[in-house]
Design a protein around this ligand. Structure first.
Ligand SMILES: Cc1cc2nc3c(=O)[nH]c(=O)nc-3n(C[C@H](O)[C@H](O)[C@H](O)COP(=O)(O)OP(=O)(O)OC[C@H]3O[C@@H](n4cnc5c(N)ncnc54)[C@H](O)[C@@H]3O)c2cc1C
Length: 316
């Protein structure tokens, strides 16, 4: 016999995926808890304005996060402010190790730890986040219609986002620190044939400048000649990497080359009873609406799994 705390479902991560999973779990009358290590709401808590979540026409990210957590809590979801240090795969129960040494058990787990954008770490980047600095063209491109923007990066994402922005904005400057791009050949061909995009080679952005409320320009440096300069721009889109928060994912779970968790269409990982939802999962689009949909699917599939396990324990 053990006195260890046990639940039917433990959800890790309090972003849109985890909070939606929590809402659906509680509405399915499951004994579920959610652990969040930082700001409740995940990445949306730091997004200034959300304009593409259906039904909410323009809402501050923080307010949307607040609404999501209140809704989940209204159905009885305990949201516990604690970091999950790791997960151990088990048979009847999987074990969740909390930072500080405590452990809890769960029949099913929903991993919704999201991801993190890589930052440039230059002056002005944090100050103008949401006021001209963005890490998501799909989210913020609309605010830059007929304006001039700088895109930083040289991989597939940077090129795809530059192409997306070229349809909305007046001019896109793609700034890359090397003299060749890492992006696939087909994307490079599309980029080079787009007249609204100009590639600035061998260049880094060293500072983002503004008037205190919006971005007005960037300071750049040529990596070969060391020449420095300043150029006006209305926005800076940074695509220098995005990593899944996968430290807690046990080695038994299959991941792709970039570390995103591979699941089936029920959001179930390669380990039965462990589900992954949202940006942590390998998929085509990282958006709030997709993370919420994943949370719903993972919760419904976890409910089904818990029922099956119960049936197996109780027998015919
Ligand atoms: C600045 C910005 C603006 C954006 N704007 C938009 C937009 O306008 N529209 C849109 O659709 N999308 C937007 N996105 C993308 C969107 O926010 C993400 O796709 C979405 O938040 C993913 O949800 P998620 O729940 O999968 O992960 P996240 O939002 O990343 O949440 C994961 C949560 O898990 C927690 N966590 C991680 N590890 C642990 C651990 N070990 N223990 C406990 N908790 C843990 C994290 O603290 C975090 O709160 C934006 C993203 C950014 C960065």
């Amino acid at each position: 016999m053990t006195n260890q705390e046990s639940h039917e479902v433990v959800i890790i991560g309090g972003g849109p995926a985890g909070l939606t999973a929590g809402l659906y779990c509680k509405r399915a009358a499951l004994d579920a808890v959610l652990y969040e290590k930082g700001l409740i709401g995940g990445q949306i808590a730091i997004s200034k304005e959300v304009e593409n979540y259906p039904g909410l026409q323009g809402i501050k990210g923080f307010d949307l996060a607040e609404k999501m957590v209140r809704q989940a809590e209204s159905f009885g979801l305990p949201v516990i402010q604690k970091e999950v240090a790791g997960v151990a795969v088990g048979g009847e129960y999987h074990t969740v190790a909390l930072a500080g040494g405590e452990t809890v058990r769960a029949v099913a787990l929903i991993l919704a730890a999201g991801g993190s954008v890589r930052k440039l770490g230059i002056p002005g980047e944090a100050e103008y986040l949401g006021s001209g600095v963005s890490y998501c063209a799909t989210c913020d491109g609309f605010f830059f219609r007929d304006k001039t923007v700088v895109v930083v990066g040289g991989g597939d994402t940077a090129v795809e986002e530059a192409l997306y922005l070229s349809k909305l904005t007046r001019k896109v400057y793609l700034v890359h620190r090397r003299n060749s791009l890492r992006a696939s050949r087909i994307l490079q061909e599309r980029l080079m044939s787009e007249p609204a995009i100009e590639v600035i080679w061998n260049t880094i952005i060293t500072e983002i400048r503004g008037n205190g409320s919006t971005v007005e320009g960037v300071v750049f440096e040529n990596t070969e000649t060391g020449e420095k300069g300043e150029s006006p721009t209305d926005g800076v889109f940074i695509f220098v990497g995005y990593s899944p928060n996968n430290r807690l994912v046990p080695p038994e779970i299959r991941k792709n080359g970039q570390g995103f968790v591979i699941t089936d269409d029920k959001c179930e990982t390669s380990v039965p009873g462990i589900f992954a939802a949202g940006d942590l999962r390998q998929k085509f689009a990282n958006q709030i609406v997709v993370a919420a949909a994943d949370g719903c699917i993972a919760a419904l599939a976890a409910a089904h799994y818990v029922e099956l396990r119960k049936g197996m324990r109780e027998g015919p």
